[in-house]
Design a protein around this ligand. Structure first.
Ligand code: SAM
Length: 415
């Protein structure tokens, strides 16, 4: 059987990369994963999860979760740390799903090392269970258990499965789940700027490519050691829609797509490694630096000048996003040293709304924080805010088409 990255994952666990909260500038839990990716997954999930949890609460029931390709239980951290609403300054956290509202979180993963790690990390929480399972064989004996309220996946896990295997797994999920169960598919996007060569894939075999997680290693190690590669299936948003229609027809189950999201459009993992596109700037590293305290970033390095392949739907959107990104960065660079009146900015009236909003936000942040003296307000307040503004720009301008490193689809069963 083909590799599913067993060697990479076992080694990553051994080196502590799947421990809780490790990283920041590099590695598995870098700042982009923490402040962009996991947060955006939470933002996308919030409305439908709130609805689901409220229904369970009213029925006096707890929530059952199955995490597909769970790693060491990262999904549990994502799902239990979603705020019910955007917090104003006076509020404390009120979570959508509290830990004591979960009756079962069952994490399934093919990697024994991951399963063991998860069991150790969450040993004090009996509602979490981890089991080794190969999802290419569908849900397997899990089908004998009660249905789950959420069939979850995070961080590209389901791209480890070829299309046929994913159909098999999701057919099981459609049959096993109940009316209202949520299905969260986390896949790798085909139209990411990280791999322009993959954009033209047409046949099924062209959509499956060799992939490495070389970003887990230092630049020196990348030159010196052989890093395992394994096949991943890369997805376009339109294909996920087709897949959902196909599954609904084959299983006779209603399957509604609630949300599709491109995640990490300009900051994918492999912007830093140059593994598939040597023309890229190490944008992820720079965004990690924006979010790091007591570290100033040269904002000029964030300016993008990038050729992307010609695609009638994807290319114009990417170009519009990059133009907005550059306008925001250039404005902040200038605003750090000068006073400026925003509406005088050339082209203001034609800017997309998300850009206008992010410019106004950053203008106020810089004006309100610039006088402060304690700590380093630029590194510790202004730059992280710029990180969030860029993240919001990406999120507001995406359409779930498969042009991010990650493609998240949230579906709901209607039975
Ligand atoms: C990129 S990791 C994501 C882990 C975790 N969900 C997260 O958010 O960090 C992908 C996970 O999928 C697992 N995986 C790959 N192929 C699999 C298969 N056929 N069956 C079950 N798990 C698989 C890997 O072992 C790995 O833990």
């Amino acid at each position: 059987m083909q590799s599913v990255g067993e060697q990479t994952y076992t080694q990553a666990v051994r080196e502590g990369k799947y421990d809780l909260y490790v990283g920041n500038l590099f590695g598995k839990y870098d700042n982009v994963r923490t402040y962009w990716e996991d947060q955006l997954t939470r933002i996308a999930l919030r409305p439908c999860l709130t609805h689901l949890v409220d229904r369970k609460r009213e029925a006096g029931q707890k929530v059952r979760i199955c995490d597909l390709g769970c790693g060491a239980g990262q999904g549990y951290q994502i799902l239990t740390k979603i705020d019910r609403r955007d917090l104003d300054l006076g509020l404390q956290h009120q979570r959508v799903l509290n830990e004591d509202e979960i009756s079962t979180y069952l994490g399934l993963d093919i990697s024994q090392a991951m399963v063991e790690k998860g069991s150790v990390l969450f040993a004090d929480k009996p509602q979490l269970q981890f089991a080794q399972a190969d999802l290419r064989e569908g849900l397997g004996k899990i089908k004998q258990e009660q249905p789950f309220d959420i069939y979850f996946s995070s961080y590209g896990s389901l791209s480890h499965l070829g299309r046929q295997d994913l159909v098999k797994l999701l057919t099981d999920v459609c049959e096993h789940g109940h009316d209202g169960s949520l299905i969260v598919l986390d896949l790798i996007g085909r139209y990411s700027i990280e791999w322009p060569d993959f954009w033209s894939a047409e046949s099924e075999s062209e959509k499956v490519r060799q992939y490495t997680m070389s970003y887990l290693y230092s630049e020196t190690a990348r030159q010196e050691i052989d890093i395992e590669s394994f096949p991943l299936r890369f997805w376009a948003g339109s294909e996920v829609k087709q897949l959902a229609d196909e599954l609904a027809a084959a299983t006779g189950t209603g399957l509604e797509i609630i949300n599709m999201m491109d995640r990490s459009i300009l900051v994918g993992r492999h912007t830093d490694t140059h593994e598939y596109n040597p023309a890229l700037k190490p944008i992820r590293r720079l965004i990690n630096s924006l979010h790091e305290d007591y570290l100033r970033t040269d904002l000029g390095d964030l300016i993008l000048d990038l050729d992307v392949p010609d695609h009638p739907q994807i290319t114009p959107r990417l170009q519009q996003l990059m133009k907005s990104w550059n306008t925001l960065v250039e404005y902040c660079q200038h605003r750090l040293c000068h006073n400026f009146c925003l509406p005088e900015l050339k082209g203001w009236n034609d800017f997309p709304k998300p850009l206008q909003f992010s410019l106004m936000t950053m203008d106020r942040v810089i004006a309100d924080v610039g006088w402060m003296w304690y700590g380093d307000p630029r590194a510790n307040i202004i730059e992280p805010q710029l990180g969030y503004a860029l993240r919001t720009l990406e999120y507001d301008m995406q359409r779930g088409s498969g042009c991010g490193h990650g493609l998240v689809a949230i579906l709901q069963l209607k039975k």
